[in-house]
Design a binder for this molecule. Structure first.
Ligand SMILES: [Zn+2]
Length: 267
């Protein structure tokens, strides 16, 4: 168990070092029914073991980055990407092809909702030079699952953060299997967050200064492209996969990769 924890932190250190290595994901994260916020069974890790790993992990990072590494961002940050994603620990943070330091302005909350962190998102879009706002949902999202049911017994803080998902869940007519409805609601939430953001940043979008991309991080192979895939489902409000594929923001990708990274389960 300790080894799992340490491996997790080692994976973090090395992914930061080399910017390409994917994180070791939590085992058993693949069951769409088993996860969510706080539900998965895992060997117990003590608080002191966790803190040992935190401190030693950062020491390892520091050991591999001499003082000059920090020169570029002593006084300011120049990230290229603002991300709004779920706090779910199974959504790894280093999948974006960059060393995250000084490149990714990361905003996380349950259900990857703009409204619950609007000031943070505003900062990334209005005060930092990020040209892409990535709204990233994920398969097996426990926040969406909770919002689909009765969460009246949750704490006031959780209720407050789940309530804004009501317009998303209202699009669900309740027909069909729960799992399929869940999948669609996850994607509908991404679409909803993109629409919400478009109203906030309409002027920047119309001037071409910002592109809003909606995507689902799929560690359950819901979209048939393998576990761990990044599936784009929306660009600036466009939800048709055929239209998304033609969007200029994807022009630097060759056709093959674009096809495998664009899809929809909600349309
Ligand atoms: Zn989630």
């Amino acid at each position: 168990m300790k080894k799992v924890l340490k491996n997790g932190f080692l994976a973090f250190s090395f992914s930061v070092l080399f910017a390409t290595a994917p994180l070791a994901l939590a085992s058993d994260g693949g069951n769409a029914h088993g996860g969510g916020h706080g539900g998965a069974s895992q060997p117990e890790t003590t608080a002191s073991e966790t803190m040992k790993a935190v401190i030693e992990g950062n020491d390892t990072f520091k050991m591999h980055h001499d003082s000059h590494y920090f020169d570029a961002f002593q006084d300011s940050q120049i990230p290229v990407l603002t991300v709004v994603t779920c706090s779910d620990s199974r959504v790894h943070t280093n999948l974006f092809g960059f060393v995250p330091d000084n490149n990714i302005f990361m905003v996380r909350n349950i259900g990857n909702q703009v409204v619950n962190s609007q000031g943070s998102v505003d900062y990334g879009i209005r005060h930092l030079p990020t040209k892409v706002l990535l709204i990233l949902g994920h398969s097996g999202c426990g926040a969406i699952k909770a919002a689909m049911g009765d969460y009246s017994g949750e704490s006031s803080g959780i209720k407050k953060e789940l309530d804004p998902l009501k317009p998303v869940i209202a699009q669900d007519d309740g027909a069909g299997e729960f799992k399929e409805r869940w999948v669609k609601n996850i994607e509908r939430n991404v679409d909803y967050q993109v629409d919400y953001s478009m109203k906030l940043y309409e002027e920047k979008i119309s001037h071409g200064d910002v592109v809003i991309v909606g995507a689902v991080y799929d560690f359950n192979d819901i979209y048939g492209q393998g576990r761990g895939s990044l599936i784009i489902t929306n660009i600036n409000g466009e939800k048709s996969p055929n239209m998304i594929m033609q969007h200029p923001v994807l022009k630097d990708l060759s056709r093959g990769p674009v096809v495998t990274h664009v899809s929809s389960r909600a349309q």
